[in-house]
Design a binder for this molecule. Structure first.
Ligand SMILES: *Cc1c(COP(=O)(O)O)cnc(C)c1O
Length: 423
């Protein structure tokens, strides 16, 4: 696609955008001047869909009206509430419905699935992850390694950027897997890296790692709702994600977990068990059923009766993804929106900043990460003052994530104007 840096061209792209109407489904915060903010932090906390208030109110109403009977008599019975999320969530990550469950929060799910899929042995105790990684993932991994009696210093392998670079080379990751694969118990990678916005080739990583006998887990925190995924076909062993970033389900919303069918059906796998993972047919026999009978699906990893108030927002937010035509339609717009941003930043030909996100469309999602060589904090403050919400990561990276559901080409144009003027 050929772009132009003219303001009118940005407006033309908005007029031609078939998904433009979805912006109106969201509450957009306003700045001090009463105008809507340019909200480019959907990678951190997605905007609230207008339909969400009613979805949450419904559960409060059912609680007030029915109390305990809402488990079975609510408009959406609480007993099987999570099942209403299974199919829309499965579509988003490219899974079969029985491979997906919405529960807990991301780091909790990471731990629960590592209990099953990180089974270190003397010769094969290592975990491979990428650097830079999100701290919660690093803490979870190191504590799991230590929990099994191994030394995180020895057993955690980091795939690092080359010197002077910030994004990884896929071939470098593959080199580690080829060389050290027989010592690696688990490859635990992000789908999209939170810092650089780099999208990894999950399919290739998975098949290479599995050839070496490793398990493969993917953290989709920055990938779910951002890029198309095909977890089942890629044969990923397990995956986890949160729902408050690109999925717009609100702070602390129920997170997601994927367990590939070939494991999900296996009732012999070691796991931490709780009553909500037990066969629902016998769950309420209570003390009469002391032996855990796991549901033969991802549901078996559930522990507690779920937070209905943390799941209600998923119903309204995931429905929007389906209405918009799913991830392929959203990705098509996203590539245009972020591609336009890349173009404008290139036109600025600034020596003051460098986009560290890989430029190839198959190596990034919505987000561009901009390394500012001089006075980065000042530039960030200028953006804030102009009503552009983005974020600053120490020491000097500004992350900007235009999302296809609620951002416009003209917003991207306005943001790029400010960046281009920084000298
Ligand atoms: C956002 C994010 C988290 C947050 O974890 P919570 O358990 O949801 O608080 C963890 N890991 C990654 C990679 C993230 O991007």
């Amino acid at each position: 696609m050929t772009f132009s840096a003219d303001e009118e061209f940005a407006r033309q792209l908005d007029r031609e955008d078939a998904l433009a109407g979805f912006r109106d489904r969201f509450h957009i915060p306003t700045g001090a001047n009463g105008k809507p903010l340019i909200y480019f932090v959907g990678n951190s906390l997605g905007l609230m869909p207008k339909a969400t208030r009613q979805a949450v109110d419904q559960e409060l109403d059912d609680w007030s009206r029915l109390a305990v009977d809402a488990h079975f008599d609510a408009a959406t019975p609480w007993y099987s509430y999570h099942e209403t999320l299974r199919e829309p969530a499965a579509r988003l990550v490219g899974a079969l419905p029985n491979e997906v469950v919405c529960m807990n929060s991301l780091t909790v799910n990471l731990h629960l699935l590592m209990v099953t899929f990180y089974r270190p042995t003397k010769g094969r105790a290592k975990i491979l992850m990428e650097e830079p990684a999100f701290p919660s993932d690093t803490y979870a991994i190191k504590s799991q390694i230590a929990h099994h009696g191994y030394d995180p210093e020895e057993s955690l392998i980091l795939a690092k950027p080359r010197s002077g670079e910030l994004a990884l080379h896929q071939e470098d990751i593959e080199g580690i897997i080829e060389k050290q694969g027989d010592e690696i118990a688990l490859v635990l990678f992000a789908g999209v890296n939170f810092f650089t916005g780099q999208l990894f080739d999950i399919s290739r990583l998975t098949s290479l790692a599995q050839k070496q006998g490793c398990m493969v887990g993917i953290d989709l925190a920055h990938a779910a709702g951002n890029v198309p995924l095909a977890l089942h076909d890629w044969n990923v062993d397990f995956a986890v994600w949160c729902s408050y970033k690109y999925l717009n389900s609100g702070p602390g919303a129920a997170a997601g977990a994927f367990v590939h069918e070939r494991h999900a059906r296996n009732r012999e796998l070691p796991r931490f068990a709780g009553w909500w993972g037990n066969d629902p047919a016998t769950r309420f026999r209570m003390q009469l059923e002391p032996d855990f009978v796991p549901v033969p699906s991802a549901d078996a990893w559930q522990l507690s009766n779920p937070s209905i108030l943390a799941m209600a927002p998923l119903r309204s937010s995931l429905a929007i993804f389906d209405e918009a035509g799913g991830m392929s339609a959203l990705r098509a717009k996203s590539l245009r929106l972020t591609g336009y941003f890349q173009f404008l930043l290139q036109q600025a030909s600034s020596e003051v900043f460098t986009v560290i996100t890989p430029p190839e469309p198959n190596e990034h999602g919505c987000q561009l990460s901009i390394l500012v060589h001089e006075r980065g904090k000042e530039l960030f403050e200028r953006l804030e003052a102009a009503g552009v919400k983005c974020d600053f990561r120490e020491p000097n990276v500004i992350r900007v994530a235009p999302t296809p559901l609620y951002n416009t080409f003209h917003e991207v144009w306005r943001c790029a104007q400010i960046l281009a003027r920084h000298r």
